[in-house]
Design a protein around this ligand. Structure first.
Ligand code: GLN
Length: 206
């Protein structure tokens, strides 16, 4: 392999949710991914993906597997992390509609609203213009998805959706952290994963 195109080791948190699909998307983008659920494995990765699934369950399992504090500390220390859907919620500083006692790792200065799109449209797909990914648009698959209610000044909004209550961010970046409300891992398009690896992981590991 040439040193111009290093292969990064991407850990995907494999406690609950669609971690297999994330592993496949990373592999499709030409990098190496594997599921992790033990604290020592955190020492073997260049970046972490928090999958879609159920954010309260993932947070509770992370606690019982002894992963919660280590992941929170690694995020503070600058580990590149990408979270989709439940993973976005886990990266939020503040959660609206949280279950009682629901915890997040935090890291992105944003407030997310869980299940924001409501019961009528709790799953839908749409074309998303994603800042930093050239046309064609990214296909956004939303499943009981959150949206972002509020962001701090350090947060870059990469994509929004229109709703009757206005435009809401559905993809954001802050430092080495990326979050999307939707699930690129459920499509055959690995450009969001490639964006994460090339724009965030590669720069952080330079
Ligand atoms: N509604 C879920 C939660 O709050 C997220 C859904 C998903 O990841 N598809 O955790």
């Amino acid at each position: 392999m040439s040193t111009d195109s290093p292969t990064f080791r991407i850990g995907v948190l494999a406690l609950q949710g669609d971690f297999r699909e994330h592993i496949r998307s990373v592999e499709q983008s030409g990098h190496y991914a594997f599921g992790i659920n033990q604290a020592p494995e955190l020492g073997e990765i260049d970046a972490l993906i928090l999958p879609g699934g159920e954010s309260t369950t993932i947070a509770k399992l992370a606690r019982s597997f002894g992963l919660f504090e280590p992941i929170r500390d690694l995020i503070k220390a600058g580990l590149p992390v990408y979270g989709s859907c439940a993973g976005m919620i886990l990266l939020a500083r503040e959660i609206e509609g949280a279950a009682p006692g629901q915890e997040s790792f935090g890291g992105i200065d944003m407030k997310v609203l869980r299940n924001a799109f409501g019961r009528q449209v709790d799953s839908f797909e749409g074309d998303i213009d994603f800042l930093g990914i050239a046309a064609p648009a990214v296909r956004g698959v939303f499943i009981r998805a959150p949206w972002v209610e509020k962001v701090g000044s350090g947060v870059e909004v990469l994509a929004t959706v229109e709703s009757p209550s206005g435009a809401h961010p559905v993809a954001v970046k802050q430092g080495n952290l990326l979050a999307t409300s939707f699930h690129p891992e459920l499509t055959d398009d690995s450009r969001v994963h490639r964006y994460f690896i090339e724009e965030i992981v590669a720069k952080a590991n330079r």
